[in-house]
Design a protein around this ligand. Sequence first.
Ligand SMILES: [Zn+2]
Length: 218
Amino acid sequence: MSPYSPQLHTPPHAPPSHTPPPSPRQRRSRNALLILLILFTLAALLVNRYEEVERLLPWAKQKPPSIIGLHPVVHELSEQLVKECTALGIHVVITDGFRSHHEQNTLFQQGRSADGPIVTHAKGGESYHNYGLAIDFALKTKKGKLIWDLEYDGNQNKHADWLEVVAVAKGLGFSWGGDWKSFKDYPHLQMDFGYTIHQLQRGFYPLDEHEAAVVPGQ
Ligand SMILES: [Zn+2]
């Protein structure tokens, strides 16, 4: 037998041999694997987003968290609002934040069974204030007087201070009561994180850091 075997003459990088097409059986198992993968992804999404899905069901309820103050993100951003407005030469005062159901009901009576103008259309549990997701603001003049004047231009830049504050607030992710169609609430700023009042009333609440992190400016 010759010491030179024929294999030695094959080039070191021989072109790969053509792979045969998958058999129907291989194709079936590949499809099954793909379907499994899709199902698994859907299940993972559902588990992750369970609360988000659940709170859309009008009958779903959960034990409400005890809320005794502003939501931490709302709190932080309201401080940020005051700071940014100070830099513009506008003195903003946060006049109201969290309101208990009882406080809200008392406020609701104003202009109805109690003296004074009507300031709210929301009873206890119907306002974002009751969940620590809203604030009200006023302006403070140089003389230290609180005002609710929509045209006041204390920093004299030819723009109403009130609307400058609103613009900063919107940039931070707040929505403004002055944009409401039916009852305009000019001092009111809120951050709902995508939660409706009905969902909040049923015990759902944006506690999750991920949800809090969707706020622009965070
Ligand atoms: Zn308000």
